[in-house]
Design a protein around this ligand. Structure first.
Ligand code: DP6
Length: 350
């Protein structure tokens, strides 16, 4: 173990991801009720820099946290709560001081889910610091598996941000070694899906009505919970098959079915609540109409909020962007949308 008391530095960029098959409902220590699959994004990411020093304190961890250059007490409290949760597995935290500075590539107010990118970026920094301090050497595969597992404990969807392309979190008989504890990349993917793109229509940048964590909790007594978990498993197997065989219209149908199911689960929770807005529906209507008329296999999905993600093949990029500019942009808040694509996963910066 290194006992040096000098400050050292590490930094990571970690991406956001959008779920195709949704994680909605959890139990125990952040274990998902059903497996999920996501696509990793490229342009929506968090960059986190951590300066750390070991051995000068005994009642740590001590954290100074800045988001977009400013102290952020709410985020800091969330991280302290997380560090407390993992303190048994990571006893080195007692002697750790950290100065953390984090920023998102996408506007904080864009309504794009940021816990996946921000928590995974933080965990990557923390694990590099631990390995450095404790003199641990790990190969890349084990390092990413541990990072995924510890990201999961911070936020479920963050477990999937550790890899590029399509990523599965949760057990499936079709993906060897898949696990509820960590995510793994889905490697058998038809060429057409390997360069898929995601255009995010910002319908509202306001905070969601209900935090995801509370939404997951409402699944515990949800009248359709068991039915949903069974259906999600079936949908996941179908999605794995579709990604393998390149069936783009099958993809569109299943993707949209999952998104609408997620929001109908929210509406039928007790109490029920609504996250979509009028323009979410207007955008969905136009996407379906356009697909019908043009034959372009673009399709929508939603995370827990009102913004619409449009997934489509790279070869249709020009046509889809033209469609967005002429038919969808005006339905977005301040005409705002994000042009994104499949990403390759986290990158170490320092
Ligand atoms: C609808 O990962 O944000 O985006 O584990 O409580 O942090 P916590 O929840 P979170 O839930 C994400 C829900 C979702 C679907 C998904 O990403 O699979």
């Amino acid at each position: 173990m290194s006992s040096s008391q000098t400050w050292k530095k590490v930094a990571w960029r970690s991406p956001s991801n959008i779920a195709l098959i949704k994680y909605w409902g959890k139990y125990g220590r952040q274990l998902p009720r059903n497996p999920s699959i996501s696509m990793t994004l490229k342009n929506c990411y968090t960059e986190t820099e951590m300066e750390y020093r070991f051995g000068n304190v005994s009642n740590g961890p001590v954290l100074d946290f800045r988001f977009q250059g400013k102290h952020d007490e709410i985020f800091a409290a969330r991280i302290m709560h997380y560090l407390d949760d993992i303190s048994n597995e990571k006893p080195f935290l007692k002697n750790l001081e950290m100065k953390v500075s984090s920023s998102n590539s996408f506007p904080h107010s864009a309504g794009v889910a940021s816990s996946a990118s921000s928590m995974s970026a933080f965990v990557l920094c923390l694990l590099v610091a631990e390995n450095e301090i404790m003199g641990i050497e790990k190969d890349e595969e084990d390092f990413l598996k541990e990072a995924s597992s510890f990201s999961r404990l911070a936020s479920g969807s963050a477990a999937r941000s550790l890899y590029g392309g399509f990523v599965i979190w949760g057990e499936s008989a079709f993906i060897p070694h898949s696990s509820s504890k960590y995510a793994l990349p889905v490697t058998e993917v038809a060429p057409v899906f390997q360069t898929y793109r995601d255009a995010v229509m910002i319908v509202s940048s306001k905070k969601k009505t209900m935090a995801s964590t509370r939404g997951h909790k409402l699944m515990e007594d949800h009248p359709f919970a068991q039915e949903r978990y069974g259906q999600a498993r079936v949908n996941l197997s179908r999605m794995i098959e579709i990604l393998r065989n390149g069936d783009q219209m099958g993809f569109a149908e299943l993707l949209e079915h999952e998104a609408l199911t997620l929001h109908s689960l929210m509406m039928s929770s007790i109490p029920g609540y609504i996250e979509i807005k009028a323009n979410t529906i207007n955008i969905i209507d136009r996407i379906r109409e356009y697909r019908e008329k043009s034959g372009v296999p673009l399709a929508f999905t939603l995370d827990a909020g009102p913004n619409v993600h449009i997934l489509y093949p790279e070869e249709d990029k020009e046509e889809v962007i033209y469609f967005i500019k002429h038919q969808l942009k005006d339905l977005c808040e301040n005409k705002k949308w994000i042009d994104d694509e499949m990403g390759t996963g986290p990158e170490r910066l320092i």
